[in-house]
Design a protein around this ligand. Structure first.
Ligand code: NAI
Length: 457
């Protein structure tokens, strides 16, 4: 008779591996399936490798402008092959770390593609490489894939020329013309990298602004910063076709344009990997993702969906928390996702950190709010470390209750300090409560405290 696991997790990305680890630590007999590489998209072809590349660009930019800081650097150059080799080493190290964690936690890892085949009594049956495994609970954490639109040429040229988040991280040469379809998070981070290392970068974006739902004032500051570094933005422009050497697009006013391209990055969003895993065999509802409640439960008792596959936020840190909530729910411990205090970061140079409501969202929802803003140069550390740089901190509070609704930052360290603002929202702190927090000095984080003092009592 085959072993019955307490928990079977399908997908070894941030959501899946953390769920497996937490489950095993709590005493659940846990099995984890992964078909490619532990760490999933985030670790292998997303968050982490892109940060390795962006950090090389940061060092390169610092060296190029070192004279601003009294340091001279001659013959500054970027070696793309070395950058990519280091990126691969970072990924290898972290994948090995995840493997070790799984071993340490006592998780059984099967490196195969798994398919849910049905039920065997009260248990779920999952098959992989000809073997059937049984589990009392199932966590689906199969992630997402780059969306491929039916634009002529895109599908046909996908791979070497039209790149997704996967291939763009492995280019051995810096393309002369790097053209990005979609000015969202992936598009902007890669545009920032390739512009920094010398490509002529054009970002084609359908909307009239970049960075999706980011606060508009902040995203337009980022746009200006990237333009100053040579990135061209074609806004309100939709791509119509792609061919070798160029991308053809049309502006909202009907004007047709062609943009030269040696490499094209397709970054128009991601789709939940909810098909082809056998969810239909156990009656799990599928929409654009796998719908869940705030405890990660699907419509089938005992089956949970966490991370990108459920389509809620498509962020690795959201997946981490969803993993913990799902495990606690399996264990019968009360826990719940609270998505309103979910920070997001864009790791461009300068970086953006934001959490909670934007002004645009408040207006759209008819929320009466007050806003206070301060330039980053009010932070001593920011000035000491960022010669001639600009940046902004914007805090949004509810007009009547005066609790913090949103914090939006652009400038160095924004991504590292935004979690503190998330905590303010999570704890429903009012302006006067948040002002009482002691921030370390000198840090850029103090800009949040300073901005809070900009509100009138
Ligand atoms: P996205 O949803 O962030 O942005 C896609 C952009 O493409 C949108 O602005 C959309 O208007 C535009 N677009 C769509 N069709 C178009 C067309 N035909 N022509 C021109 N523009 C078009 O998607 P992206 O950048 O692919 O990112 C995918 C996911 O990965 C997101 O959910 C994001 O949260 C996550 N991610 C997060 C990162 C972070 O937190 N730093 C880094 C990278 C990805």
């Amino acid at each position: 008779m085959s072993t019955v696991y307490d928990l079977i997790v399908i997908g070894g990305g941030p959501g899946g591996y953390l769920a497996a680890e937490r489950g095993a630590h709590a005493g659940l007999k846990t099995l984890l399936f992964e078909k490619r590489s532990l760490g999933g998209v985030c670790l292998n072809e997303g968050c982490i490798p892109s940060k390795a590349l962006l950090n090389s660009a940061k060092h390169y930019e610092h060296a190029l402008h070192a004279n601003k800081y009294g340091v001279s650097c001659d013959n500054v150059a970027i070696d793309q092959k070395a950058v990519v080799t280091r990126k691969a080493k970072v990924v290898r190290t972290l994948v090995a770390g995840v493997k070790a964690k799984m071993r340490g936690a006592g998780v059984t890892v099967v490196m195969e593609e798994a398919t849910i085949t049905g039920k065997d009594g009260a248990n779920f049956a999952v098959s992989a490489a000809g073997t059937t495994y049984l589990g009392k609970n199932l966590i689906i954490a199969t992630g997402s894939s780059a969306a491929v639109p039916p634009i002529p040429g895109v599908k046909e040229l996908l791979g070497d020329y039209v790149l997704t988040n996967r291939e763009v991280l492995d280019l051995q040469e810096i393309p002369k013309n790097f053209t990005v379809i979609g000015g969202g998070v992936i598009g902007l981070e890669m545009a920032a990298y390739y512009a920094a290392v010398g490509s002529k970068v054009t970002v084609i974006e359908m909307l009239d602004h970049i960075a999706g739902a980011t606060d508009l004032e902040i995203s337009s500051m980022l746009q200006k910063e990237l333009e100053a570094k040579g990135v061209t933005f074609l806004l309100s422009t939709a791509v119509k076709s792609v061919e070798m050497g160029k991308v053809n697009a049309e502006k909202a006013n009907g004007e047709k344009i062609s943009v030269a391209a040696d490499k094209v990055l397709l970054s128009i969003g991601r789709r939940s990997n909810c098909m082809g895993i056998g969810l239909e065999n156990i009656g799990v509802e599928i929409d654009r993702g796998v719908p869940t409640d705030t405890q990660g439960r699907t419509n089938v008792p005992g089956v949970y969906a966490i991370g990108d596959v459920n389509g809620h936020h498509m962020l690795a840190h959201t997946a981490y928390r969803e993993a913990e909530v799902a495990i606690n729910t399996i264990l019968g411990k009360p826990d719940n996702m609270r998505y309103h205090a979910n920070p997001s970061v864009i790791y461009t140079q300068p970086e953006i950190g934001s959490v909670g409501k934007t002004e645009e969202e408040c207006k759209a929802k008819g929320i009466e709010y007050e806003v206070a803003k301060l330039p980053m140069v009010y932070s001593g550390r920011f000035v000491a470390e960022n010669e001639g740089a600009d940046g902004l901190c914007k805090v949004i509070v509810d007009k009547k209750k005066r609790n913090v609704l949103g914090v939006h930052l652009i400038g160095a360290y924004s991504g590292e300090i935004i979690w503190g603002a998330a905590e303010m929202i999570e704890m429903q702190l009012r302006v006067n409560d948040a002002r009482q927090i002691i921030f370390p000095h000198p840090t850029v984080s103090e800009i949040i405290r300073e901005t809070l003092w900009e509100f009138k009592d």
